[in-house]
Ligand binder design. Structure first.
Ligand SMILES: Nc1nc2c(c(=O)[nH]1)N[C@H]1C(S)=C(S)[C@@H](COP(=O)(O)O)O[C@H]1N2
Ligand SMILES: [Mo]
Length: 200
């Protein structure tokens, strides 16, 4: 697959691709707090804010005409299911660096989603080569229940970090634990270390 220019998420090359405590499913369950938002795409925007030289707002057309890449990855949900062999297509996070100048003080990015749902990543995790905002899954347009029009996928972390219905990025110097991270989930979420929950 590599010769087709697909970015292969490194965890798919492990001899055992199923992290501890996970079981495989062929299905693709949906999980979220709140309801699936209904967007008027003619009014939908994607905003980049916080510690950037100049804030930026993109329309749906502008966002969808950004260059896209393909990523092959596995999905590991903290509730215990894993879904292998997903082929995503969308906007690589590296494109964000071409849209705005991120200030050197920025160390984290916060994802602001529909209904006020948030999650947080370090810039190091955000800019891994296999992280993208997906438009398609397995060659079909992504669906609303799985986060369309703008769904982040972070293959190397538990799936709750893969924010659905992203509306705004905020670059920050200080971390801001998100919806699940402030309700007992681990702040980082590496499935290979079983970073599921944190106990304060
Ligand atoms: N905006 C938003 N994104 C979200 C969530 C959510 O509640 N709201 N739930 C997360 C969790 S806990 C999981 S497991 C995955 C589920 O994604 P799926 O419904 O596509 O399987 O979405 C993540 N992204
Ligand atoms: Mo989850």
């Amino acid at each position: 697959m590599e010769d087709e220019g697909i970015i292969i998420s490194p965890d798919t090359k492990r001899e055992n691709r199923v992290p501890p405590g996970q079981r495989l499913t062929e299905k693709f369950p949906t999980l979220h707090a709140g309801s699936v938002p209904r967007y008027d795409l003619s009014k939908w925007t994607f905003k980049i804010t916080g510690l950037v030289e100049e804030k930026k707002t993109l329309s749906y057309e502008e966002f969808m005409s950004l260059p896209m890449v393909k990523v092959f990855s596995d999905v590991h949900c903290v509730t215990g299911w894993s879904r292998l062999n997903n082929l995503w297509e969308g906007v690589s996070t590296s494109v964000i660096k071409e849209l705005v100048n991120i200030l050197p003080e920025a160390k984290f990015v916060i994802f602001h989603c529909a209904e006020g749902w948030t999650t947080n990543l370090t810039l190091e995790d955000f800019f891994q080569a296999d992280v993208l905002f997906v438009a398609k899954l397995d060659n079909e347009p992504n669906t609303a229940k799985h986060g369309a029009p703008c769904r982040l996928v972070v293959p190397r972390l538990y799936f709750w970090k893969s924010a659905k219905w992203v509306e705004r990025l905020e670059f920050t110097a200080k971390d801001k634990p998100g919806f699940w991270e402030t309700r007992g989930y681990h702040n980082h979420g590496d499935p290979w270390k079983e970073e599921r929950y944190s106990y304060y």
